[in-house]
Design a protein around this ligand. Structure first.
Ligand code: FAD
Length: 414
């Protein structure tokens, strides 16, 4: 494992710090680190405009897409430089969250499959935040088992006609474009009958319905398709190759080395130091200390697991299953820390109002968004399957439907 920056990485980090110091506001000790992760619902238009302005600034400075080739106005940099940028940017209060799916997953898929003219039209506006993209994959009956999706696309002359429903589509309510995987042939096994497109989210026949989340916000949506026409020229990959194209998108998702947004060990430690329990300061309580010790051990374990990922990236290798371990442990740790912090607060733990709750209700908000983190980008059980198969060498999950035509599956019948 390499723990230190190489000379080039150190020089890059210094460049990033200079840019951020001049153009962004450093987070204060009291400012909660999660702010800026999503585009908030309140004043959506204004928040989105601020996020777009920041994105354009980043793009102009060459930090918006560090690994993209220069010809697409990226920096031609390495994945490790992207990780360094992300880690440094996390120290600043900047509006993020609107472009991660587009730049992290949709445009890289376009780069692998779209025509030069299409890239000319779409890459730059996405990079500068002018146009936002969303990912239309999950359906009510297809999430972990994405290949079980039912949204149909049928050929009609030079167009395809799409009918069906997607769900959990983050940012669809403000997206301009989306990538979508559809079923075009139900007569073959489920992975073989899929075809991939990109489309305008303003196409007639698309209806976006916000989903109200337990936190009170609505970051994701149901998206309904009724006779939506998409030209064949917007097909990405061959007819029937939609699964292969989807894997390109998902590989890019796995490359994102994201931290679960806090509160983390330092924050629960600070909370325990600040609170008085009936029998004295929380930090002196043996049960509290035992919990803190557990989270400290997990936090250090995660730090070194992330170093493994960074080492692989730094050497130009594709990271192994470490990213699954990091995601599995950090999302559940976040949920435990949030829950315990609220318990420690006693009656005030029930207060959601950031004006009066301790630490701007950070723990309360985290308790409500942590379950989503344990599902998005691979649920706990799916990650455990990956670790079981790829790290422990256990037998693979049973896949009885692998060779059966989709229309003959129980889940495939309409
Ligand atoms: C915050 C958030 C944002 C999201 N954004 C998007 C987005 O922008 N675009 C998009 O397309 N989707 C998005 N999703 C959807 C996400 O990809 C799915 O929720 C996820 O893939 C799980 O699918 P599911 O919800 O259908 O659950 P299911 O797959 O139905 O799983 C239900 C339960 O069964 C378990 N399970 C399933 N299969 C197995 C198995 N083989 N072995 C053991 N256990 C299993 C799961 O772990 C889970 O506990 C988002 C989800 C969240 C929470």
């Amino acid at each position: 494992m390499d723990f230190n920056d190489t000379a080039e990485e150190a020089a890059f980090r210094a460049d990033v710090r200079r840019f951020l110091e001049v153009n962004a506001k450093r987070k204060s000790a009291t400012e909660t680190a999660h702010r800026g992760r999503y585009i908030p619902d309140a004043n959506l238009a204004e928040s989105l405009a601020r996020a777009k302005e920041w994105q354009a600034k980043k793009a102009d400075a060459g930090f918006a897409a560090i690994t993209w080739p220069r010809k697409w106005r990226g920096r031609g940099g390495s994945p490790i430089e992207q990780v360094i940028y992300n880690l440094e940017e996390a120290n600043y209060a900047v509006p993020r969250g609107a472009f991660e799916i587009g730049l992290g997953m949709c445009i890289p898929t376009m780069m692998a499959y779209a025509t030069p003219q299409q890239l000319e039209r779409h890459v730059r506006p996405a990079l500068r935040g002018k146009e936002v993209w969303c990912q239309l994959f999950s359906e009510p009956a297809a999430g972990s088992d994405l290949a079980g999706l039912r949204t149909r696309a049928e050929r009609s002359g030079d167009d395809w006609i799409i009918n069906g429903q997607k769900i959990w589509t983050s940012g669809a309510h403000f997206a301009d474009f989306g990538i979508i995987v559809t079923r075009t042939d139900p007569g073959v096994p489920k992975h073989q009958g899929l075809t991939f497109f990109f489309l305008s989210m303003k196409s007639p026949g698309i209806e976006v319905r916000r989903i109200k989340q337990i936190s009170g916000t609505s970051n994701f949506n149901e998206v309904f398709f009724t006779d939506v026409r998409v030209p064949d020229s917007q097909r990405l990959g061959n007819v029937g190759d939609g699964w292969k194209v989807s894997l390109t998108t998902l590989m890019n998702e796995r490359l994102a080395v994201g931290d679960a947004p806090g509160p983390d060990f330092d924050d629960i430690f600070a909370l325990a130091r600040s609170l008085e329990l009936d029998e004295g300061p929380a930090i002196r309580n043996p049960a509290v200390r035992e919990k803190l010790a557990d989270w400290y051990v997990k936090t250090v374990g995660l730090k070194y697991t992330k170093f493994r990922t960074m080492t692989a990236l730094s050497r130009g290798q594709t990271p192994g299953p470490e990213a699954s371990i990091t995601k599995l442990v950090s999302a559940s740790k976040l949920q435990e820390i949030a829950s315990y912090g609220i318990d420690l607060m006693g009656m005030t733990g029930a207060v959601m109002d950031g004006e009066i709750a301790p630490m701007e209700a950070w723990f309360q908000e985290a308790l409500l968004y942590a379950p989503g983190l344990r599902i998005a980008g691979g649920s706990d059980e799916i990650l455990r399957n990956i670790i079981a198969e790829r790290v422990l060498g256990l037998p693979g999950d049973i896949r009885p439907d692998k060779d059966v035509p989709f229309r003959d599956l129980k889940s495939g019948k309409r």
